[in-house]
Design a protein around this ligand. Structure first.
Ligand code: IPD
Ligand code: CA
Ligand code: CA
Length: 286
């Protein structure tokens, strides 16, 4: 159920062809109104913990999500919004990702930890998906003034310049950004430990959305993550795909935002690198 008007793939494509600029505008306005004015000026009472001291939420997260929820839902009739903070308040709202209506998947501030510490390495993530397929995405690093966009089948762009991830230069260590231990089971931890081997240079991930942008730009060779929350991955995985990269779960299928993936999964600059990282995670690298 998606309201009165039923959206089809054609109506969504039509929307994207003519109205993408309105989404871009909404993302920029959310950041200008609710996020940037609080950057490096957050008062203690504007910061709360969610599951623990490393899982923070601020007034900027809540208010930017509220703004995007109102604006995006109205832009595309029949669409619904799944936002990180709304799901925190009511986990059942996440189910819309499985539904028939087009869904806006929103992470108002990805990298809240960085945001709280005055580090510009945070972004706002918006993806538009239908029947589990991500059709378009926006990754806005407001403090850096960078906007990356992707439309399925039409490429990935950073500030209007086409992104092509390319292949890693042969003979160099693979640069891999990997999961925060908070999200990792013992079994997944064992898989991730496979990344620490000759020929790799793993490091802890920053904002997941910005790590995907780094892969799409060829500044990072791969990610290896062990959690599924769609708001962290949907936008960036489309950027990577449209820049020529690939993503694979442990069992070799592409990652599905609708869940049920075998974790960890990797996203990489090209298919060969994704396969190589998957082999490391499976402990079957030759
Ligand atoms: C988190 C960030 C963080 C990553 C976490 C994410 P949030 O999102 O991307 O860098 O390590 O796994 O959940 O909570 O800042 O939106
Ligand atoms: Ca996030
Ligand atoms: Ca967030």
């Amino acid at each position: 159920m998606g309201g009165m008007i039923e959206a089809t793939t054609e109506t969504i494509e039509e929307f994207l062809a003519h109205h993408s600029a309105l989404v871009e505008d909404a993302v920029r306005k959310a950041a200008a109104a609710e996020i940037l004015p609080r950057f490096r000026r957050l008062a203690d009472h504007e910061i709360d913990q969610k599951s623990g001291p490393h899982d923070l939420v601020t007034d900027a997260d809540r208010l930017a999500e509220r703004y995007l929820t109102e604006v995006l839902g109205a832009l595309l009739p029949g669409s619904v919004v799944v936002g990180e903070e709304a799901v925190h308040a009511d986990p059942a709202t996440y189910d819309a990702i499985q539904g028939d209506a087009p869904v806006w998947i929103v992470d108002p501030v990805d990298g809240t930890r960085q945001f709280v510490h005055g580090d510009p390495g945070f972004c706002t993530l918006v993806a538009l998906a239908h029947h589990g397929v991500v059709l378009a995405s926006w990754t806005y690093a407001a403090a850096r003034g960078q906007l990356a966009t992707a439309v399925r089948g039409r490429g990935a762009y950073l500030d209007g310049v086409r992104l092509l991830a390319g292949a890693p230069e042969p003979g160099r260590e693979l640069r891999i950004a990997t999961s925060h231990p908070d999200y990792t089971t013992d079994e997944q931890k064992r898989a991730l430990l496979g990344l620490w081997t000759d020929g790799t240079a793993p490091r802890a991930c920053g904002s997941a959305g910005l790590e995907y942008l780094a892969v799409a730009r060829g500044e990072l060779d791969a990610t290896a993550f062990s959690w599924e929350a769609a708001w962290d991955h949907a936008a960036g995985l489309l950027l990577v795909e449209e820049a020529g990269g690939a993503h694979l779960t442990l069992t070799g299928e592409p990652f599905r935002i609708t869940g049920g993936n075998t974790l960890p999964f990797t996203a990489a600059r090209d298919t060969a690198t994704a396969e190589r990282v998957r082999e490391l995670l499976r402990g079957s690298a030759g």
